[in-house]
Write a protein of this length. Sequence first.
Lengths: 198, 153, 642
Amino acid sequence: MSDIFLEIDGKEVKATEGMTVLAAAQSAGIPIPTLCYHEKLEPFGGCRLCIVEAEARGWTKLVVSCVYPVEEKLIVRTRSEKIDRIRKTILELLLAHAPDSPALHDLAQVYGADKNRFEKEASFCIHCGLCVRYCAEVKKKNAVGFVDRGIRKEISFIPEIASKECNDCKECFPLCPTSYLQAAFVLTEALVFPSSSE
Amino acid sequence: MDIDRIDQIIDKHQVAASSLIQILLDIQSENHWLPREALERVGERLEVPSSRIQHIATFYKAFSLVPKGRHEIHICVGTACHVRGATRILDTVEEAIGIKSGETDLDLKFSLETVNCLGCCALGPVLEVDGKVHGKMSPVKTADVLKNYGTKN
Amino acid sequence: MARLNSPEALENFRQEILSKRDPKKPCISICAGAGCIASGADEVIAAFSAEIEKEGLQAQVDTKGTGCPGFCERGPVVVIYPEEICYLQVTPEDVPEIISQTIKEKKVVDRLLYEDPVTGERAIHESDITFYKNQQRTVLCNNIKIDSKNIDDYLALDGYSALAKALSKMTAVDVLEEVKKSNLRGRGGAGFPAGRKWEGSRNAPEPIKYVIVNADEGDPGAFMDRALLEGNPHSILEGLIIGGYAIGSNEGYIYVRQEYPLAVKNINLAIKQAEAYGLLGENILGSGYDFNVFVHQGAGAFVCGESTALMTALEGRVGEPRPKYVRSNVKGLWERPSVLNNVETWANVPLIINNGADWFTEIGTESSKGTKIFSLVGKITNTGLVEVPMGITLRDIIYKIGGGIPDGKKFKAVQTGGPSGGCIPEEQLDLEVGFDELTKAGSMMGSGGMIVMDEDTCMVDVARYFINFLTDESCGKCVPCREGLRQMHRILTNITEGKGEEGDIELLEVLSETAVEASLCALGKSAPNPFLSTLRYFRDEYEAHIKEKRCPALSCKELIAFYIDPGKCLACGICYKKCPAKAIDGGKKKIHIIDQEKCTNCGTCFEVCPPRFGAVAKISGKPVPPPIPEEKRIIIRKSKEK
């Protein structure tokens, strides 16, 4: 694997071919905010918080650092007026769902996000996908998945699998930034788990 | 729907995960909805986890996880039809049958859905009942079409 | 029927077909496309067969159900060859007259001809009709001449000669170079140079490659691909095989939306017929080149029209787009090089191979070569498919070809590019259509949808409509699109319902920037376009809705009231009878009054009030005048003489 040298926030960073910009930044100790990223899981690119400016061959564009591959001589900026504005808006959109989430609260402080900017939404799932992906990629049980699409998208436990696997596992629970996962599990258990007499 | 029939449908395709959507389309077309047993059988034979089947069956609007009415009514709400007053056609149908878009009536006689374009844009507003397309609809013409299917009016 | 094992065998067979056809023999072509079928074409076709049998003319006259020529509003469309007499809105009852007058006595049935709405002139031939006269139908022209279910019709019109030429006289690289030279750009919306896309796949090291037809035409209001795939499926098939040959692929996929059942049926039949003739499958025309094609149906998801989402759907998964950092012509379907092009793009390929790249570059403009098919719909006199050379102005399309706005209404805007595009106002109508011009005005050419709007269309509602469409069709993976559209939809709905607030426009602009800059795919990135373009050209409408709670177009249900003008009402009683909410208080010779509490704003009274009275008015932004006192309601009949 050949070495690739790129610049992040004015600092020269050594990376290897195939690495993402986020991984390169993390290796150099340069912080980029993330929500849906997890080192054990395939990059998802859903929350878009990790967007950065990437300049190559005179062209600058906004890219999502958790999936964007490093390039020789790439110039990356992790903060700018535009980036901060977009991150703030993304946080405000998510805070409309989960205003009390600690993870969102901490990031909101950094970017000046107002949790009351948008009207509150009923569901406090923010679709980071960590639970679904962890269960599929690490545990390989697929006990929880997505349903529907667009603004009606939700997570849903598969009762037959969850009733057998989850109570002895629950490794995904601490991953949920909003605790919606735990609430959904409790509801599913109460309402649709097959009864123990079966 | 019995397992044999489901297996027959599966076997008409390549028995691989990539055929999932085509198989479900065939089941939907024949049965007018996707019962639990069908989804389980397909998942078993194609070796696809239930969570993925569940996502696909809810992501794609061609599928229904609940029984549909004997008559499926689709109202096109594409832009050309919208500009020509599709909303009023929808209102007319909802009133005549007593259900809203996305619902099926209690007798399982009618199911109503909006569709995002049937490709008959020059004939807008367009109404489709059981696959038969009716163009140039107006509220009055809509009521007439529905009478053929026995609406109370 | 033995397989055709060489280009010579194909040519001989073609001559055989032609020798059995007499060009002078009368042929009645009835459009059997989805639009005309909806208008009763099946019954017309049956009526012709029955009448011809009754008159004993089976040997003298041919009839056939053909592909869609795109004049759907005037369907069922019937063209009689060899004279090319074009009859419109034909009913089964017209059939005996057509047979006796036109077929037997060579006389034209005037009342079935196209009548110019302005001059009143009747057009006898298809080519005389103003709608067709200004078009250049290089791709669509054969639709009305062929029975889409009969491959021989396609062969009779030189079908598959381009394939034979490519396989026998050109190398794969020759074909690629010709397509590059032609500057053919994708007709699906992005306008990427096809030759460059093909070259990327050809040069990719992975040996297994795919060619894909995107027939998921999801833009509401667009039906070009429906007409092409339904009406002339072999033209697309031929283009696809040539493309496969050029890049070195042996496997093709055609992804058709399931909302087009006739197109699915016809392409499947075309594939079977092509296979039987040896034009598909192993060793095509004895060239040693193998190619197979599979049809996949969509399952009702607009996002699957996006190329990377389409590929995940082909893999049997949910249609979630992937970022374009990895080009799909290098790593696409199953991580293999995949060339995905739109139906219309593929349909142009055989023409380019047969006529040459130079022929193609003569048509159109510097950056946009060739013709483009548009679907001209909405508030327009001549609705249908319009094929024109790039570079023609919007004004010419709408007025010269489209015949302008019907019912004496005023043009307001033309929406192009589907949910990714924007609205273009009157001042910009001299823009030339092409890949780049419309983008400067805040819209885009897109796949060709062109929806004309008049003074009765509320532009804020148009923005709300498109955002609503996308909240449902978004895959939901990324925050800027899913959550951004969710909030934009809420705000725009509030505005149309009179609940708009100061600061709403600015908030919508912030959400638009986020979606444009940070969305995962083109659906999200272009989602704000309808809002941004309507704001740019019709800001006054937004401000009226927010500040005055008024809808200038008198369209938004929550912001209008219906009012019967006491000065015009003559108590004919029609509105009273038709009102579904029984909200009208009337009576003989009594000026009718609408009870605003009961009124549901359905608009029925407005539609049924006879034009000579025109007593029902729509009011917005100001209070409804109070009902006139009872005594003033009695109508005293004016004396009959002047």
